[in-house]
Design a protein around this ligand. Structure first.
Ligand SMILES: [Zn+2]
Length: 421
């Protein structure tokens, strides 16, 4: 589809930065591995911090490991207009997830500065720390930190190598002793805008470059541990076994069926990580730890699926002679985008594209999810090829990213000045 008018942002600079950031933690030809709070993550953050400073922003890394670049407003006391996303990645990640939201936001604000426009309120561009949650098994760390939503014991969570988050955060330049001081007071953030790749196939199937997000369906994350009894794989007769992996397999299959049980519903259920002990070909598995990810826009349906899943667990455990524990890691509800910001995005998109973009819910969560509890928020989605994400094959076309960043810029200007571009 063609665009109705030309762009204000500097496309070339935006693409160069996306490319340069993608070289840090590069995985194969097209992927990245920048685990949260790793040396690669820090290298990325320092690179972006340098760009923020070049653009004229006052940049700092806060106590939670967030990178924050601030453009002062005419009235510094006004609630902040915040833009951003994250630059940490999955271990087997793509170049665009999060990165286009941070670099697109920086491009938008740098364009504003270069046009000599000072906003009414302060504008902050943020690369939030540890959005992905894969290293310490709990995401949105930085954004929850700055909004006062951290939970007991989070700093003691360990990664696969036994490093605690506290240790990793200190090495990164964060500082738990300053948490209190770096929290944003209630009302300090006025609104949040996030540009992100869709990470799903809807826009690509519609052959449309951009989408307007209506809300985020919150995830339920559980960690289940099923325990049986180890024995020789060659000698213990089948009826006498207590095989934890057989019980787990039943749960995995049942979750898949439960998520599909209502035709047309957006429910999704996934077991994505599995640890088998002792993990030997001739020992009956004694203990299996696995994760559950369950999402739905409709909370009552999600609660019902969780109830059914817990019944399945109970049945599988009793049939296989297992004991089990369930730990709830995350339980978020659906959060809807602010109508008035969506209306601005709709108007600006109509002008930019010449038609009204598709509006859709987000299955994946984003930093926006945590911010939705303290301010109005809105999101713009950029099409990604075949909906592939959390995979080195993840791809968003340069033109689509430009259009997304331009729409972010125009929306930001409207919110910052309350006038037309
Ligand atoms: Zn992301």
């Amino acid at each position: 589809m063609t665009t109705a008018c030309s762009l204000t942002i500097n496309n070339e600079r935006l693409h160069q930065r996306i490319e340069e950031l993608a070289r840090i933690g590069k995985l194969g030809d097209t992927g990245v591995c920048r685990l949260a709070l790793s040396p690669e993550d820090l290298q990325g953050v320092l690179l972006v911090k340098g760009w923020m400073e070049q653009a004229g922003l006052a940049a700092r890394i806060d106590a939670f490991g967030n990178l924050i670049g601030r453009l002062e407003g005419k009235d510094p006391g006004k609630p902040i207009l915040m833009l951003g996303s994250h630059i940490d990645s999955q271990p087997y990640g793509g170049r665009f997830d999060g990165a286009i939201g941070v670099l697109g936001a920086l491009e938008a604000v740098q364009t504003l500065i270069e046009r000599g426009i000072q906003p009414e309120q302060p504008i902050e561009v943020v690369a939030f720390c540890d959005e992905e949650g894969c290293r310490f098994n709990k995401g949105l760390f930085g954004v929850r930190g700055m909004t006062g939503k951290l939970e007991e014991g989070e700093l003691e969570r360990q990664d696969a190598n036994g490093i605690t988050r506290r240790e990793a955060l200190l090495a990164f330049g964060g500082d738990p002793s300053r948490f209190e001081a770096d929290r944003y007071a209630a009302g300090a953030i006025g609104a949040f805008l996030e540009l992100h790749i869709e990470q799903g196939p809807v826009l690509d199937a519609r052959q449309e470059p951009l989408g307007i997000v209506t809300g985020i369906s919150g995830p339920l994350w559980l960690t289940v541990e099923m325990t049986g009894f180890a024995g020789h794989a060659g000698s213990v007769p089948m009826p006498m076994r207590r095989d934890a992996l057989v019980g787990t397999a039943r749960v995995i299959t049942a979750l898949n069926q439960l998520a599909r049980s209502e035709a047309g519903a957006p429910t999704v259920g996934t077991v994505g990580a599995l640890t088998v002990f002792p993990n030997s070909r001739n020992i009956i598995p004694e203990k299996v730890t696995f994760t559950i990810d369950l999402r739905d826009i409709d909370m009552s349906r999600r609660v019902e699926r969780e109830r059914q899943l817990r019944n399945v667990l109970e049945e599988a455990a009793s049939e296989c002679g297992l004991t089990y524990t369930v730990r709830e890691d995350t339980n978020s509800e659906a959060r809807f985008c602010a109508d008035h910001i969506q209306a601005v995005i709709r108007e600006e998109a109509q002008e930019l594209l010449g038609y009204a973009p598709h509006e859709l819910m987000s299955g994946p969560f984003h930093d926006s999810l945590a911010l939705s509890y303290v301010c109005d928020y809105a999101m713009i989605f950029v099409r990604c090829k075949d909906g592939i994400s959390h995979n080195p094959l993840e791809y968003a076309a340069p033109r689509d990213i430009e259009l997304g960043a331009e729409l972010l810029y125009r929306t930001m200007v409207r919110l910052a000045l309350g006038e037309e571009v």
